[in-house]
Design a protein around this ligand. Structure first.
Ligand SMILES: C[S@@+](CC[C@H](N)C(=O)[O-])C[C@H]1O[C@@H](n2cnc3c(N)ncnc32)[C@H](O)[C@@H]1O
Ligand SMILES: Nc1nc2[nH]cc(C(=O)O)c2c(=O)[nH]1
Ligand code: SF4
Ligand SMILES: [Mg+2]
Length: 237
Protein backbone atom coordinates (compact mmCIF):
# COMPACT_ATOMS: atom_id res chain seq x y z
CA UNK A 1 0.00 0.00 0.00
CA UNK A 2 1.41 3.37 -1.01
CA UNK A 3 0.30 6.27 1.15
CA UNK A 4 -0.07 9.73 -0.37
CA UNK A 5 0.59 12.54 2.09
CA UNK A 6 0.08 16.22 1.43
CA UNK A 7 2.21 17.25 4.39
CA UNK A 8 3.63 16.11 7.73
CA UNK A 9 4.39 18.77 10.32
CA UNK A 10 4.75 19.31 14.05
CA UNK A 11 2.54 21.85 15.82
CA UNK A 12 -0.07 22.12 18.58
CA UNK A 13 -3.44 20.49 18.10
CA UNK A 14 -5.60 23.57 17.60
CA UNK A 15 -9.09 22.12 17.94
CA UNK A 16 -11.29 20.13 20.24
CA UNK A 17 -10.50 18.27 23.43
CA UNK A 18 -6.75 18.02 22.78
CA UNK A 19 -6.33 21.70 21.88
CA UNK A 20 -2.89 22.86 22.97
CA UNK A 21 -1.30 19.41 22.87
CA UNK A 22 1.87 19.00 20.79
CA UNK A 23 1.24 16.69 17.85
CA UNK A 24 2.61 15.60 14.51
CA UNK A 25 -0.01 16.31 11.87
CA UNK A 26 -0.18 13.77 9.11
CA UNK A 27 -2.29 15.24 6.32
CA UNK A 28 -3.39 12.61 3.82
CA UNK A 29 -4.07 13.67 0.25
CA UNK A 30 -7.53 13.41 -1.30
CA UNK A 31 -11.09 13.47 -0.05
CA UNK A 32 -14.27 11.69 -1.08
CA UNK A 33 -16.43 14.79 -0.51
CA UNK A 34 -14.52 17.35 -2.62
CA UNK A 35 -11.80 17.20 -5.29
CA UNK A 36 -9.96 20.01 -3.53
CA UNK A 37 -10.11 22.17 -6.67
CA UNK A 38 -11.81 25.56 -6.33
CA UNK A 39 -13.67 25.12 -9.63
CA UNK A 40 -15.46 22.11 -8.11
CA UNK A 41 -16.22 23.59 -4.70
CA UNK A 42 -19.77 24.82 -5.36
CA UNK A 43 -20.95 21.37 -6.51
CA UNK A 44 -19.03 19.38 -3.89
CA UNK A 45 -20.77 17.51 -1.08
CA UNK A 46 -18.59 19.40 1.41
CA UNK A 47 -18.35 23.03 0.28
CA UNK A 48 -16.73 24.86 3.22
CA UNK A 49 -13.38 23.09 3.54
CA UNK A 50 -10.55 25.29 4.83
CA UNK A 51 -7.73 22.97 3.76
CA UNK A 52 -5.46 22.31 0.77
CA UNK A 53 -5.09 18.54 0.57
CA UNK A 54 -4.31 18.20 -3.17
CA UNK A 55 -1.11 16.45 -4.17
CA UNK A 56 1.97 15.55 -2.15
CA UNK A 57 3.93 18.79 -2.39
CA UNK A 58 3.61 20.19 1.15
CA UNK A 59 6.22 20.26 3.91
CA UNK A 60 7.14 16.64 4.65
CA UNK A 61 4.67 15.36 2.07
CA UNK A 62 5.26 12.63 -0.47
CA UNK A 63 4.56 9.02 -1.37
CA UNK A 64 5.35 6.45 1.31
CA UNK A 65 5.73 2.90 0.04
CA UNK A 66 5.12 1.11 3.35
CA UNK A 67 3.41 1.72 6.67
CA UNK A 68 6.78 1.79 8.40
CA UNK A 69 8.13 4.36 5.94
CA UNK A 70 5.18 6.56 6.85
CA UNK A 71 5.63 5.98 10.60
CA UNK A 72 9.35 6.74 10.30
CA UNK A 73 8.58 10.08 8.65
CA UNK A 74 6.09 10.92 11.41
CA UNK A 75 8.63 9.94 14.06
CA UNK A 76 11.28 12.11 12.42
CA UNK A 77 8.98 15.11 12.96
CA UNK A 78 8.74 14.51 16.70
CA UNK A 79 11.34 16.48 18.68
CA UNK A 80 14.39 14.40 19.41
CA UNK A 81 15.76 13.28 22.76
CA UNK A 82 14.98 14.82 26.14
CA UNK A 83 12.10 13.62 28.26
CA UNK A 84 9.88 12.74 25.33
CA UNK A 85 11.86 9.61 24.46
CA UNK A 86 12.12 8.50 28.10
CA UNK A 87 8.38 8.50 28.58
CA UNK A 88 7.13 6.98 25.36
CA UNK A 89 6.35 3.62 26.98
CA UNK A 90 5.39 5.04 30.36
CA UNK A 91 8.21 3.09 32.08
CA UNK A 92 9.94 6.16 33.42
CA UNK A 93 6.80 7.61 34.97
CA UNK A 94 6.69 5.45 38.10
CA UNK A 95 10.18 6.21 39.34
CA UNK A 96 9.74 9.93 38.88
CA UNK A 97 6.33 10.13 40.54
CA UNK A 98 7.50 7.97 43.48
CA UNK A 99 9.84 10.75 44.48
CA UNK A 100 7.11 13.34 44.13
CA UNK A 101 4.59 14.39 46.76
CA UNK A 102 1.86 13.75 44.20
CA UNK A 103 0.92 10.55 42.45
CA UNK A 104 0.21 12.03 39.03
CA UNK A 105 2.68 11.71 36.16
CA UNK A 106 5.34 14.41 35.82
CA UNK A 107 5.45 16.97 33.06
CA UNK A 108 6.64 15.38 29.84
CA UNK A 109 4.90 12.09 30.50
CA UNK A 110 2.44 12.41 27.65
CA UNK A 111 2.94 9.92 24.87
CA UNK A 112 4.04 10.99 21.45
CA UNK A 113 0.92 12.09 19.59
CA UNK A 114 0.03 11.98 15.90
CA UNK A 115 -3.13 13.43 14.37
CA UNK A 116 -4.10 11.79 11.08
CA UNK A 117 -6.17 14.21 9.04
CA UNK A 118 -6.49 15.32 5.46
CA UNK A 119 -8.28 15.34 3.14
CA UNK A 120 -10.04 12.25 4.36
CA UNK A 121 -7.52 10.07 6.20
CA UNK A 122 -9.73 6.97 6.25
CA UNK A 123 -9.41 6.61 2.48
CA UNK A 124 -5.82 5.50 3.19
CA UNK A 125 -5.14 4.95 6.90
CA UNK A 126 -5.24 1.19 7.45
CA UNK A 127 -4.51 -1.35 10.15
CA UNK A 128 -0.84 -1.57 9.11
CA UNK A 129 -0.32 2.19 9.39
CA UNK A 130 -1.96 2.36 12.84
CA UNK A 131 0.20 -0.55 14.02
CA UNK A 132 3.38 1.00 12.64
CA UNK A 133 2.63 4.28 14.45
CA UNK A 134 1.94 2.38 17.68
CA UNK A 135 5.22 0.50 17.30
CA UNK A 136 7.02 3.82 17.28
CA UNK A 137 5.29 4.85 20.49
CA UNK A 138 2.59 7.14 19.11
CA UNK A 139 -0.90 7.64 20.40
CA UNK A 140 -2.97 7.83 17.22
CA UNK A 141 -5.74 10.38 16.74
CA UNK A 142 -7.88 10.67 13.62
CA UNK A 143 -9.98 13.50 12.24
CA UNK A 144 -12.59 12.04 9.89
CA UNK A 145 -15.79 12.99 8.10
CA UNK A 146 -17.28 9.70 9.31
CA UNK A 147 -18.11 8.25 5.90
CA UNK A 148 -15.62 5.34 6.12
CA UNK A 149 -15.22 2.63 8.75
CA UNK A 150 -12.03 3.20 10.76
CA UNK A 151 -9.38 0.50 11.18
CA UNK A 152 -9.03 -0.95 14.71
CA UNK A 153 -6.75 0.49 17.37
CA UNK A 154 -7.29 4.23 16.90
CA UNK A 155 -6.75 5.93 20.27
CA UNK A 156 -8.77 9.09 19.65
CA UNK A 157 -11.49 9.24 17.03
CA UNK A 158 -12.94 12.64 16.16
CA UNK A 159 -15.85 12.54 13.73
CA UNK A 160 -17.03 15.67 11.94
CA UNK A 161 -20.24 14.85 10.05
CA UNK A 162 -21.03 16.60 6.77
CA UNK A 163 -24.65 17.27 5.90
CA UNK A 164 -25.46 15.46 2.64
CA UNK A 165 -22.89 12.70 3.23
CA UNK A 166 -23.78 9.30 4.68
CA UNK A 167 -22.49 8.99 8.23
CA UNK A 168 -21.37 5.40 8.86
CA UNK A 169 -19.43 6.01 12.09
CA UNK A 170 -21.84 6.34 15.01
CA UNK A 171 -19.41 6.07 17.91
CA UNK A 172 -16.12 7.58 18.92
CA UNK A 173 -14.46 9.98 21.32
CA UNK A 174 -15.45 13.36 19.94
CA UNK A 175 -18.22 14.47 17.62
CA UNK A 176 -17.18 17.85 16.21
CA UNK A 177 -19.88 19.46 14.11
CA UNK A 178 -18.98 22.48 11.99
CA UNK A 179 -21.73 24.99 12.72
CA UNK A 180 -23.97 26.20 11.24
CA UNK A 181 -24.49 23.86 8.29
CA UNK A 182 -27.65 24.14 6.20
CA UNK A 183 -29.94 21.27 7.20
CA UNK A 184 -27.62 20.32 10.07
CA UNK A 185 -29.45 20.58 13.34
CA UNK A 186 -27.02 19.38 16.06
CA UNK A 187 -29.93 17.51 17.66
CA UNK A 188 -29.74 14.91 14.89
CA UNK A 189 -26.33 13.80 16.24
CA UNK A 190 -26.92 14.26 19.96
CA UNK A 191 -27.93 10.64 20.65
CA UNK A 192 -24.88 9.06 19.00
CA UNK A 193 -22.30 7.22 21.11
CA UNK A 194 -19.63 9.88 21.68
CA UNK A 195 -17.94 11.08 24.85
CA UNK A 196 -17.76 14.71 23.83
CA UNK A 197 -20.02 16.82 21.62
CA UNK A 198 -18.62 20.02 20.13
CA UNK A 199 -19.65 22.79 17.78
CA UNK A 200 -16.88 24.36 15.73
CA UNK A 201 -17.81 27.71 14.13
CA UNK A 202 -17.63 27.52 10.34
CA UNK A 203 -14.66 29.61 9.24
CA UNK A 204 -15.04 31.98 6.32
CA UNK A 205 -16.32 35.52 5.85
CA UNK A 206 -19.07 35.05 8.44
CA UNK A 207 -16.96 33.42 11.14
CA UNK A 208 -17.90 36.01 13.76
CA UNK A 209 -21.62 35.45 13.29
CA UNK A 210 -21.05 31.68 13.23
CA UNK A 211 -19.06 31.89 16.46
CA UNK A 212 -21.86 33.85 18.15
CA UNK A 213 -24.42 31.31 16.93
CA UNK A 214 -22.31 28.40 18.20
CA UNK A 215 -21.88 30.07 21.60
CA UNK A 216 -25.63 30.63 21.87
CA UNK A 217 -26.36 27.03 20.92
CA UNK A 218 -23.93 25.67 23.53
CA UNK A 219 -25.38 27.94 26.22
CA UNK A 220 -28.90 26.73 25.53
CA UNK A 221 -27.90 23.05 24.90
CA UNK A 222 -25.16 22.32 27.46
CA UNK A 223 -24.48 18.84 26.11
CA UNK A 224 -22.48 20.77 23.50
CA UNK A 225 -19.18 22.59 24.06
CA UNK A 226 -17.45 25.10 21.83
CA UNK A 227 -14.43 24.05 19.76
CA UNK A 228 -12.37 26.98 18.54
CA UNK A 229 -9.73 26.63 15.82
CA UNK A 230 -7.13 28.16 18.10
CA UNK A 231 -4.19 27.68 15.68
CA UNK A 232 -5.76 30.30 13.40
CA UNK A 233 -5.62 32.86 16.22
CA UNK A 234 -2.22 31.75 17.43
CA UNK A 235 -0.71 32.08 13.97
CA UNK A 236 0.64 28.53 13.89
CA UNK A 237 0.08 25.84 11.25
C1 LIG B 1 -9.95 19.60 6.93
S1 LIG B 1 -10.85 18.41 7.86
C2 LIG B 1 -9.98 16.90 7.49
C3 LIG B 1 -10.55 15.68 8.16
C4 LIG B 1 -11.86 15.14 7.62
N1 LIG B 1 -11.94 15.18 6.21
C5 LIG B 1 -13.03 15.88 8.23
O1 LIG B 1 -13.73 16.59 7.51
O2 LIG B 1 -13.25 15.70 9.43
C6 LIG B 1 -10.34 18.77 9.56
C7 LIG B 1 -11.37 19.45 10.42
O3 LIG B 1 -11.58 20.78 9.94
C8 LIG B 1 -12.96 21.04 9.96
N2 LIG B 1 -13.22 22.11 9.01
C9 LIG B 1 -13.05 22.09 7.68
N3 LIG B 1 -13.37 23.28 7.13
C10 LIG B 1 -13.75 24.07 8.16
C11 LIG B 1 -14.22 25.43 8.23
N4 LIG B 1 -14.37 26.20 7.14
N5 LIG B 1 -14.50 25.93 9.46
C12 LIG B 1 -14.38 25.17 10.57
N6 LIG B 1 -13.95 23.89 10.56
C13 LIG B 1 -13.65 23.35 9.36
C14 LIG B 1 -13.55 19.70 9.57
O4 LIG B 1 -14.94 19.60 9.84
C15 LIG B 1 -12.74 18.76 10.42
O5 LIG B 1 -13.24 18.73 11.73
N1 LIG C 1 -2.88 23.26 14.58
C1 LIG C 1 -3.79 22.58 13.87
N2 LIG C 1 -4.75 21.88 14.50
C2 LIG C 1 -5.62 21.19 13.74
N3 LIG C 1 -6.62 20.39 14.17
C3 LIG C 1 -7.22 19.83 13.12
C4 LIG C 1 -6.60 20.27 11.96
C5 LIG C 1 -6.93 19.72 10.63
O1 LIG C 1 -6.68 20.36 9.61
O2 LIG C 1 -7.44 18.60 10.60
C6 LIG C 1 -5.58 21.15 12.34
C7 LIG C 1 -4.58 21.94 11.68
O3 LIG C 1 -4.50 22.04 10.46
N4 LIG C 1 -3.71 22.61 12.49
S1 SF4 D 1 -14.67 16.20 4.31
FE1 SF4 D 1 -12.97 17.17 5.42
S2 SF4 D 1 -11.24 17.26 3.98
FE2 SF4 D 1 -13.07 16.68 2.81
S3 SF4 D 1 -13.69 18.62 1.94
FE3 SF4 D 1 -14.83 18.36 3.88
S4 SF4 D 1 -13.61 19.31 5.53
FE4 SF4 D 1 -12.32 19.12 3.68
MG1 LIG E 1 -6.95 22.50 9.49
Amino acid sequence: MTYLLKEIFYTLQGEGTHAGRPAVFCRFSRCNLWTGREKDRARAICTFCDTDFVGTDGVGGGRFATADDLAAAVDASWPAAGLTDDFTDGSAITAESDSSAHSHAPHGAQRKFVVCTGGEPLLQLDDAAVQALHQRGFEVAVETNGTRTPPPGIDWLCVSPKIGADLVVSRGDELKLVYPQAGGDPAQFAELDFTSFRLQPMDGPDVQAHTRAAIDYCLTHPQWSLSMQTHKYLGIA
